[in-house]
Design a protein around this ligand. Structure first.
Ligand SMILES: NC(=O)c1ccc[n+]([C@@H]2O[C@H](COP(=O)([O-])OP(=O)(O)OC[C@H]3O[C@@H](n4cnc5c(N)ncnc54)[C@H](OP(=O)(O)O)[C@@H]3O)[C@@H](O)[C@H]2O)c1
Length: 154
């Protein structure tokens, strides 16, 4: 399984000022639950934005043209994938998501209600027709967060 894992605002924004402009512990807990024991692939900005790094108990891969001490860095996603076994989550940001759209089996999307605007906003890339969208459901029973999954059309 290779999946894209993302949370977006109603405007399709994923980040602003190199941070995520909302905080929902249920989403973070779910992120942890899904990614523990797996490989996570992220861009350099996302790496820099992490409050705790590396993400514990996961194989952290960073896509960058530079080198980050003691970390596994690759210049491209395809180069990184050659070294991967098992489940992989692409965890952002926009450049990673865009390239991963051609590689992933699913897009796991949490929808937060927070409206975001202003400068330095980063958007999730356009989702093409090759993707089939599930119905939106609450992330958990009674949650104000919604959730949907995109799978590839066959
Ligand atoms: N809402 C969410 O679910 C979510 C998830 C993750 C991140 N975010 C947010 O998204 C923002 C960061 O995203 P971003 O789009 O600015 O940056 P990013 O994709 O995390 O990092 C960009 C950098 O990664 C490298 N890179 C990315 N894609 C590449 C590719 N396909 N091939 C080669 N190198 C690639 C390049 O590094 P070099 O310049 O070093 O070569 C590029 O400058 C932050 O605000 C973060 O909080 C949100």
């Amino acid at each position: 399984m290779k999946g894209i894992l993302v949370a977006t605002s109603p405007e399709g924004i994923i980040g602003k000022d190199n941070t995520i402009p909302w905080h929902y512990s249920e989403d973070l807990k779910r992120f942890k639950r899904l990614t523990i024991g797996k490989t996570v692939i992220m861009g350099r900005n996302t790496w820099e934005s992490l409050p705790i790094k590396p993400l514990p108990e996961r194989r952290n891969i960073i896509i960058t043209r530079s080198l980050i001490e003691n970390m596994e860095c690759f210049k491209s996603i395809n180069e990184a994938l050659k070294t991967c076994e098992g489940d992989i989550w692409f965890i952002g940001g926009a450049g990673i998501y865009e390239e991963a759209m051609d590689l992933a089996d699913c897009i796991d999307m949490t929808l937060v209600p927070d409206s975001v605007s202003g400068k330095n906003c980063i958007y999730f890339p356009e989702i093409g027709n090759e993707w089939k969208e599930s119905n939106e459901k609450p992330l958990e029973k009674g949650s104000i967060l919604m959730h949907k999954i995109y799978t590839r059309r066959v």
